[in-house]
Design a protein around this ligand. Structure first.
Ligand code: 5AD
Ligand code: SF4
Length: 347
């Protein structure tokens, strides 16, 4: 199925037939069990700051959204949350925030990563400690390198769209696609397990655009994928643009499945946006081939201010674990759950 043709993919993406979706999900699930296994790994997500210096047209955290109350967690609080995740068996966390131009933010993060790594190594009989994923946007090569040296080993940087005209329609001109691609290549070059992703169902996004996104993921040889439906946010200008033509929810499921079939050994997230857009989003995302879930560990008092899009839903870790088991997958606790793709390409 790695050979699935562009034409077949277009046919699937254009089809409104429930039978086509059903068969696609079945094929993706089979492929996932054979290549990535039946385990679902948890990444405890710590949204440590909602300050952002960018102005993406779709996002509620954008700098110009002055109504949003901003917060930044302190070092001790982040470390406490990380160690709690470690004690609960997660063994991987993701530290996420808006994008900052302030180099002091990187200094802060370097220290946080170093301390989490040290403390979790001391608490680990195998001395591996926590697997640390970062998702803090575009930085300079040397800054990525410093974070790597401090102990981070995965990085998520969604391209949002690799199609120039679509990227430009959702970002101000100061944010450049080439710059983002350069960052992804820097991350790979340093040795990070590198993840990217897009939003699906953006105004004006077509099947042809999505086929080009799939080609981009393969061409860049990514290890991890985080993609989700676009969900409008009232304080972001893109919410005023007419929706369509693609259905964000069903198209996300199809893209997940096509990604699993064409990139069988990567890690793929059943994103919070997918869980938020439909009550069965998590279950369907797993069936479509996702093998990673990111329970939100951000403290409740600030959590609602990490408001990227409307109706953002949070399921508790126990609820997530129960749902994962009930649809026939196994929780991968006490291990990092690195993408097999990375292991193969970096033996
Ligand atoms: N709908 C869906 N996803 C969004 N994100 C930001 N705004 C939205 C939205 N309105 C996603 C982006 C970003 C991640 C942090 O959240 O893909 O990379
Ligand atoms: Fe900032 Fe990320 Fe939101 Fe863009 S998507 S405004 S960079 S938090």
């Amino acid at each position: 199925m790695g050979q699935i043709s562009r034409n077949d993919m277009a046919g699937i993406l254009n089809s409104g037939d429930p039978q086509v979706l059903q068969e696609l999900l079945q094929a993706a699930d089979k492929c996932r069990r054979e290549n990535a296994g039946e385990k679902v790994y948890l990444r405890g997500l710590i949204e440590f700051s909602n300050y952002c210096d960018r102005n993406c047209f779709y996002c509620g955290l954008r700098k110009n959204n002055r109504r949003l109350e901003r917060y930044r967690l302190g070092k001790d609080e982040i470390i406490k949350l990380a160690m709690l995740a470690f004690a609960s068996g997660y063994h991987s966390i993701c530290l996420q925030s808006g994008e900052s131009d302030d180099p002091l933010e990187v200094d802060f993060l370097v220290e946080v990563v170093r301390e989490i790594k040290e403390l979790s190594r001391e608490a680990d009989e195998h001395a591996l400690g926590l697997g640390i994923t970062l998702s803090v946007g575009e930085l300079e090569y040397r800054q990525y390198e410093r974070l790597w040296e401090a102990g981070a080993h995965r990085y998520l940087l969604r391209i949002e769209s690799s199609v120039p005209e679509l990227f430009e329609s959702i970002h101000p001109p100061s944010q450049r696609l080439e710059q983002r691609i350069e960052c992804l290549r820097a991350l790979k070059d340093i040795g990070y397990q590198t993840g990217t992703g897009i939003m699906i169902g953006l105004p004006g996004q077509t099947v042809e655009h999505l086929l080009r996104e799939l080609e981009f993921f393969r061409r860049e040889d990514i290890d991890m994928l985080g993609l989700g439906p676009y969900i409008p946010h009232h304080a972001a200008p893109l919410s005023k643009v007419k929706a369509g033509p693609l259905d964000p929810y069903l198209t996300t499921l199809k893209i997940l499945a096509l990604c699993r079939l064409t990139m069988p050994d990567i890690n793929m997230v059943a994103s919070t946006a997918l869980q938020s857009i439909a009550p069965e989003g998590l279950r369907m995302g797993l069936k479509a081939g996702a093998n990673i879930v990111m329970p939100v560990l951000t403290p409740e008092i600030v959590r609602d201010n990490y408001y990227l899009y409307e109706q953002k839903q949070y399921k508790g870790a126990e609820e997530l674990a129960a749902e994962i088991s009930s649809c026939g997958y196994v929780l991968g606790l006490w291990e990092w759950g690195d993408p097999l793709h990375y292991k193969k390409t970096n033996p």
